[in-house]
Design a protein around this ligand. Sequence first.
Ligand code: S3P
Length: 411
Amino acid sequence: MKYGLIGKPLGHSFSREIHALIADYDYRLFEIDEDELPRFFQERDFSGINVTIPYKQTVIPFLDEISDEAKKIGAVNTIVKKEGKLFGFNTDFFGMRALIKSAGLDLENKTVLILGTGGTSKTAVEVSKSLGAKKIVKVSRTKSSDTVTYDEAYEKFSGADVIINTTPVGMFPNADKTPVDIKKFKKLQGVIDAVYNPLRTNFVLDAESIGAKGRGGLYMLVAQAVYASALFLDKTADESVIDKTYARILTEKRNIVLCGMPSSGKTTVGKALANDFGKRFIDTDDVVVEKKKESISDIFEKYGEGEFRKEERLAIEELSKENGLVIATGGGAVLDENNVRALRRNGVILFLDRSLENLVATADRPLSKDKEKLKNLFEKRYDVYKSCADAVIPADGEIADVVEKIKGVLL
Ligand code: S3P
């Protein structure tokens, strides 16, 4: 029995990890060139395969039958071999439907804007129809008979209820981009982003910042795999597996970012957490010290705080692109809005809330080297820490208690 994924390139794919959590077959990645497809389908040396870019349409002529969804969308992402025949399905359709539901969005009688015109855009259109959307508008940079431009969308559809991004805008390495200016939409209930790298794109973060719902594409990726796996094994998909698998993948991929005052325990708690979760621990201060080859006090003294912040920003920009880290930030890092945005993309930010009387002033921290300075910083920063964090963790207790509290929030 052979299962796996075909496409090119496949280096980035999470599919192997996801299928390993869902079922106990061996699932492999087959990176193949287009001219190898005829031989691959002639040999049919597989039981079930998934298909990703750029072959979701190319594979159709090789199949014996395709499902209604796949026909409507014009793309196949799952192929099952049964009695020698090949059957094509589109589980991205069910994946996106599950994503919209899990985000708590209701499309019934709503106006939905779909950004982009590629394969995922077609999926989004069919899913929106199936969920009873009243009006579906495709938005593209270039105008055509069935699309409007972004300017027209702002003008004519500022009352849209839901926006689905199917473009790659906002995906790493261009994570600082966003496909649309969300503030122009006054009635927005929420947004969906098919992009899952980063886990929370700027588009999703923008939605959260205006109090709308926002969800990235990881849930869809997991859900389509659960539906594909059920087809492979000729079973009914168990929807509770989607939530469980999503939670596990998210816990594994997401960075845990600790912020708070100097001496609030970020490093100690961070190391303990990294140990518990099997993640790598990084302290942004250490990255800066290593690069400059000088202590923090020396950097402040010789080059000034501006230079330190510049290096801190560079360190955070790089670390924010990674997955599965525990990151302890320097006490001032989250005062910079750009650092917060970067850290949130792949991470959950936790504020270690330790009371002023339990914080200590130390000579190696120029901004908090005496009790007076520490008190001033605390008063100036407390609200910033609180508002940038996804969760506030009371941190006056023992390390083990703080770690347990964090686990309670994250798991
Ligand atoms: C700073 C805190 C320090 C270090 C630098 C600036 C601050 O990190 O980044 O001295 O602005 O509070 P810790 O919070 O890890 O001590």
